[in-house]
Write a new protein. Structure first.
Length: 332
């Protein structure tokens, strides 16, 4: 068995430590904080035993990176520009799910005490990916640890000769309880507006007002979720879209929170992510708040998928985005 490749980050100002499994999806699977006692806290990020060795299911913990499609695509085949592509069946309904970069090794390209960058190249990756997805791409991702903040940055580059359809999602597992002695004292707030009805975990096209009232905050213990939401608006961007690092203005920033009497987590993302999936695993030890750039299943709709967030990147063009996690003391 190949030895797993893991990198560690440490910020001396906060005592925070982060661990990332480079050899399986560049997955950040641990984030701890030094306590006044000198011991480390439990990890804010939940992962099953064996995750650090690469033996756990890749999407079962940590922060899986979902690309070139988040969520499910119906069945295992879809057509794009007259060419049929075959995907890997991954769920109990026989659907493909969550793309394929979270299950495969990445290449570490830069590493310092508080940052790490890695790259995924679809042209050199295992699994004959040219048969599974139109176009070729390189992903470059960076984690930056600074004080109470863990920032995730990603750049997608179309390295092929044809347009690249894609969507991105992040699937973080946040431990519960950690902000309170028990989940009854933890509150989840997500600024969503509409709830998408699902059939076999795929959107039907019908929406309704959020029946859970997540925008107003709900006790985590009351929630049983595996649901798709949007923020009340969607956008379509084609070609080169490189956001300015300073553009995260208050009016465009979305902030989801998990809070309790001990601490608060903020998940900060902007209008690059019109959709959000919320998931509470059956083991009840975590909650996932997952920003998505597109609705699940968008790629299978072809050009029509652009109305639900599917993006098209032209050859030699780039797209970049970022998501920030802040682990704050309750009084902050």
């Amino acid at each position: 068995m190949t030895q797993p490749e893991i990198v560690h980050l440490y910020d001396a100002s906060s005592g925070d430590r982060v661990s990332i499994l480079v050899s399986q999806g560049f997955n950040c699977f641990s984030w701890t904080r030094e306590l006044e006692s000198g011991q480390s806290s439990e990890s804010l990020i939940f992962a099953l035993p064996g995750h650090e060795s690469g033996t756990a299911r890749a999407s079962s913990g940590g922060i899986p990176i979902l690309f070139p499609f988040p969520g499910r695509i119906p069945g295992t085949r879809f057509e794009w520009d007259g060419i049929e592509y075959e995907l890997e069946p991954s769920d109990k309904f026989g659907n493909a799910i969550h793309g394929f970069v979270h299950t495969r090794p990445w290449k570490l390209i830069d590493h310092g005490p508080t940052h790490a960058s890695a790259r995924f190249d679809s042209q050199t990756a295992e699994g004959e990916l040219s048969r599974r997805w139109p176009g070729s791409f390189e992903l470059t991702s960076t984690y930056r640890l600074h004080g109470d903040s863990l920032r995730f940055e990603l750049e997608a580059f179309n390295s092929g000769s044809i347009p690249l359809p894609f969507g991105l999602g992040l699937h973080p597992y946040f431990r519960s309880p950690i902000h309170a002695p028990d989940a009854e004292q933890e509150t989840v707030t997500i600024p969503v507006e509409r709830h998408w009805t699902l059939e076999k975990m795929l959107p039907t096209g019908r929406t309704e007002a959020d029946p859970f009232g997540l925008a107003s905050g709900r006790p985590l213990a009351d929630l049983r979720l595996d649901d798709v939401f949007d923020h009340g608006s969607t956008e379509t961007i084609t070609g080169d879209h490189t956001p300015d690092a300073s553009r995260a203005h208050v009016e465009s920033m979305r902030i989801a929170t998990i809070s309790g009497p001990l601490s608060r987590l903020e998940i900060r993302y902007d209008t690059d992510f019109p959709y959000c999936v919320a998931f509470t695993p059956p083991h009840r030890e975590a909650i996932c708040i997952e920003p998505y750039t597109c609705l699940p299943g968008s790629a299978a709709a072809g050009e029509a998928g652009r109305t639900t967030g599917l993006r098209i990147l032209q050859p030699n063009q780039r797209w970049s985005t970022a998501v920030e996690y802040r682990w704050l003391a309750t009084e902050e």
